[in-house]
Design a protein around this ligand. Sequence first.
Ligand code: RNT
Ligand code: ZN
Length: 417
Amino acid sequence: MVKEKLVQQAYEVAKERYAAIGVDTDQVLDLLQKQQISLHCWQTDDVVGFERNEALSGGIQTTGNYPGRARNIDEVRQDIEFVKTLLGGKHRLNLHEIYGDFGGKFVDRDQVEVRHFQSWIDWAKANDMKLDFNSTSFSHPKSGDLTLSNPDKGIRDFWIEHTKRCRHIADAMGKAQNDPCIMNIWVHDGSKDMPVQRKKYREILAASLDEIMTEKLDGVKNCFEAKLFGIGLESYTVGSHDFYTAYCATRKQMFTLDTGHYEPTENVSDFVSTLLMYVPELMLHVSRPVRWDSDHVTIMNDQTLDLFKELVRADALDRAHVGLDYFDASINRIGAYIIGSRATQKCILQALLEPKAKLREYEDKGQYFERLALMEEAKSMPFAAVFDYFNLKNGVPVGEDFISCIQQYEKKVTSKR
Ligand code: RNT
Ligand code: ZN
C-alpha cells in the first residue's frame, strides 16, 4: 500500500516536470499501453523446439545450462502465460516452425501444415495473444552452409517448399487473429572462407525469395532479416545488409533489423532513417551483442535507447514491429524474459518522453548548444516514475518486485523440470 502511494505521488511530480518541457505523460502512457512486443518463444528453451531436440546449428549459439529449460509445448506455454502476468500491456508471441504441435510424430520441414499450429492458434486466442511466425532453416540435416541460396536444386527446393508452407501457416494465423501475422525469413546462408562466386549465391537467394513470395496471402506480412556473419560462416553472408536493403526496397517488403547484426562500433539507430525512406515497415529484433552477435539479454543501454529515440524522432514508431531476439541459457530464463521485455519498454518510454518538439525547434534555428543541453537534461528526467506508474496501473509488479515473483515460479515450477 505504501509503495502504491509513493508511486502515485512520484508520478504526479513527474507529470508536472514533463509538462514543463512540453511532454504530456498521460498521452505517452497511452502509447506505451498500445505498444506490443513480440515475445520470442525461443527464450524458454534455448531455441531447441520440438522437432529433433538437438542443439542449434546455423551460426547461432546459446551458452549456459541453467536448470529449468522448457522441454515440451506445455512447458513453453506455461512459461509464456507466466511471463504475461509480469508485463504491462498486451503482447504477441513469436513462434518458429520447429515449435509446431507435431503430436509426437516426426514432421519434416517440407511437410509442415497449418494443422500443426492449430493448437497454437487456439491457445493464442484463449490467452488473448496474437502470433508472429518464423520459418526455420537451421538445425536440420539439410541446413548445411546454404539453404535458399544453394546451387543444388534438391536442397534449394526443399527450403523453398518449407518457406512457402510457413507462409501458409502464418496466413492462417493472421486470418484467425484478424491481424496480419508477421513472418520473418532469416537464413544463415554463408561461408566460412572466401567464396569466389559471391554474386551467384545472392542471385539464387533473390530468385528463391521471389518464388516464395509469388503467392499473395493477405493474412501474412513477410520481413527479411539481414546479418553480418554467423559462427563458422565468418567470411561471407549471402543475405547481408546491403542485399536485404536492396531486396526489400525493390520488392516493397519489410526489413528486419536485429540489433546484434552489426559491427560492434556501428550504431544501429543510424540505419533507421534510410531504411524508413525505402522500405514500408521495419521488424525489430531487439537483442544485445557483446563483442559478437552473442544474443545476451536486452538491457536499457545506449544502443537500444538510441534505436527507439530514432524511431520516435522520425515519427515512425508505428512503422516498426517490436520483437525480442536473445537466448541466454546461463541465468533463469524467465527472469531473462522479463529483464529484456521491461528494458525494451523502458527504452520505448524514454524515447516517447523526449521533448521532441522543442528539440526540433532548437535544431531548425541552429541552436545546437540548447539542443544538446535539453537532450542531456531529458536523460535524467524522472522517467522511472512514469514506468512504475505504468506497471502499477497494469496491476503488474512495480520495480524490483518481479524478482521475487520469478524466484517463486522457479521454486514451484522450473526447478522441478
Ligand atoms: C540469427 C537471427 C535470427 C534468430 C532467430 C532464432 O542471427 O537473429 O533471428 O536469432 O530466428
Ligand atoms: Zn534476429
